[in-house]
Design a protein around this ligand. Structure first.
Ligand code: PLP
Length: 448
């Protein structure tokens, strides 16, 4: 496809001059050079030179059913021709209602309501603001601190970004830090040397328990966590950690928010991973990305229906949850999500579960390389962490970040990876097959 006959070079030049990209640094802000992607097809994208690359991160963990899916494209067109927009304030539409019903059917028992947003940040923002509203209305306005974790990523709007736990997310940015308590990142690879996994899990749980005791349960409104930390480096928590965190929350009436922006919609082989993979039933589940496979910006929060009953029974009949988005319940987004869900349910979830072991074991084999400290993951998401040596396991630092260096080599061999400082993150479209996984692993092996 050509837009007004611009060459890739011309597009790159225009973008460099006028387009502000995410996460810019001041050295190049407003003049950032980024590579042009011309098209996508299945698990591949094509770059400016016409090279076909495996889309290792599925865009940004989102193109779950793959690029150029005809059914999703058609449904967008059909819905736009039927109804392109309606105000979610005063009216409803068929796709958003049907999708809400289907999502409630996949969520844990009792988590039966959905508030649609425009993406992940607005989903997290909505969940946190809802917790504030809930506790205000229930006459406990002091119960609003939020517990998050080091290494977490929850988004780029103010309150959501305040939950982020990577140091560089905060170095130059303001945040609502007085509203947040940070716990340790549950990263088994970085646990103290010689500590068993069981002892490490006990330590993490004790840290939360002691925090509740110190701060007071009457001041803590919510815990938010990604079941598998994504941008923090694909951190799979130790077994038993999530159920025990969930139990502590239930004991102290702390709302448990599972941020499933990455882990939902098939990434771990299920529509939602909380219950099916980790055995937990959160009070709220945030989602985005894979819900439309990235074809349309849509997100949302699943909310335990009991919370609405509590509000209806409060003494404040006129209390308003003054929160809404113009594009909430967008008919095109919801229509795409319904079709996307059809594709997942019609086999892709089962195929993902079936192929995950192959994906994990092929990547795990990279640990034989001297630079690779650990390969970890679950389902079709994995993180490759590079270290200076296998004794210290210190993160490998180079003049050019090692992740970027690996990405550069991989691209030359036909694979796009997501560099993350000393790590590479892989989360390909769920439509990837065994041979393509083998190719991906071979390219990574050569490049590292
Ligand atoms: N939550 C998690 C776990 C994420 O990984 C992200 C984005 O990567 C977000 C929230 C924010 O989503 P968005 O970029 O759609 O606002």
């Amino acid at each position: 496809m050509e837009f007004a006959g611009n060459t890739p070079n011309a597009v790159e030049a225009i973008a460099e001059k006028h387009l502000v990209q995410p996460w810019p640094v001041s050295e190049t802000i407003g003049a950032e050079a980024r590579g042009f992607i011309e098209s996508g097809d299945g698990i591949y994208v094509t770059d400016a030179e016409g090279r076909r690359l495996i889309d290792g991160p599925a865009g940004m963990w989102c193109v779950n059913v793959g690029h150029r899916n005809k059914e999703l494209s058609q449904v967008m067109y059909d819905q736009a021709m039927a109804l392109s927009y309606n105000s979610p304030w005063y009216t409803t539409n068929e796709p958003s209602a049907l999708l809400a019903e289907r999502l409630a059917g996949h969520a844990p028992e009792g988590v039966g309501h959905v508030f649609y947003t425009t993406g992940g940040s607005s989903a997290v923002e909505t969940a946190l603001r809802f917790m504030q509203f809930y506790n205000n209305v229930r006459g406990r306005p002091e119960k609003k601190l939020i517990v998050s974790r080091e290494g977490a990523y929850h988004g780029s709007t103010y309150l959501a970004a305040s939950m982020n736990g990577r140091p560089r997310d905060h170095d130059w940015m303001d945040s609502a830090k007085e509203q947040v308590i940070k716990l340790s990142c549950p990263n088994p690879f970085r646990r103290p040397k010689g500590m068993t996994l069981e002892a490490y899990t006990d330590f993490l749980i004790e840290e939360f328990r002691a925090t509740i005791e110190k701060v007071g349960a009457d001041r803590i409104g919510a815990f938010i966590g990604e079941p598998v930390m994504a941008s923090g480096g694909v951190i799979v928590p130790p077994p038993g950690y999530l159920p025990r965190m969930r139990a502590l929350c239930a004991e102290h009436e702390i709302l448990f928010i599972a941020d499933e922006v990455v882990t939902a919609f098939g990434r771990l082989g299920h529509v939602f991973a909380s219950k099916e993979v980790f055995g937990i039933e959160p009070d709220m589940i945030t989602f985005a990305k894979g819900v439309t496979s990235g074809y349309f910006p849509l997100g949302g929060v699943m909310i335990r229906s009991k919370l609405f009953e509590d509000l209806r029974q409060s003494n404040h009949n006129d209390a308003m949850f003054a929160h809404g988005l113009t594009y909430s319940s967008h008919p095109i987004g919801c229509a795409v999500a319904l079709k996307n869900l059809d594709i997942l349910e019609d086999g892709l979830l089962a195929e993902t579960r079936a192929i995950s072991d192959h994906f994990q074991s092929r990547l795990k084999a990279l640990e034989e390389l001297p630079l690779v400290g650990e390969v970890r993951g679950l389902g079709l998401m994995a993180g490759i962490e590079c270290v200076a040596d296998h004794v210290s396991n210190n993160p490998l630092t180079l003049d050019l970040e090692v992740g970027k260096r690996i990405d550069r080599h991989c691209q030359a061999l036909g694979l796009l990876v997501r560099p993350l400082i000393n790590m590479c993150v892989m989360s390909p479209p769920l439509t990837i097959n065994r041979d393509q996984i083998d190719t991906m692993a071979e390219i990574l092996h050569k490049s590292i």
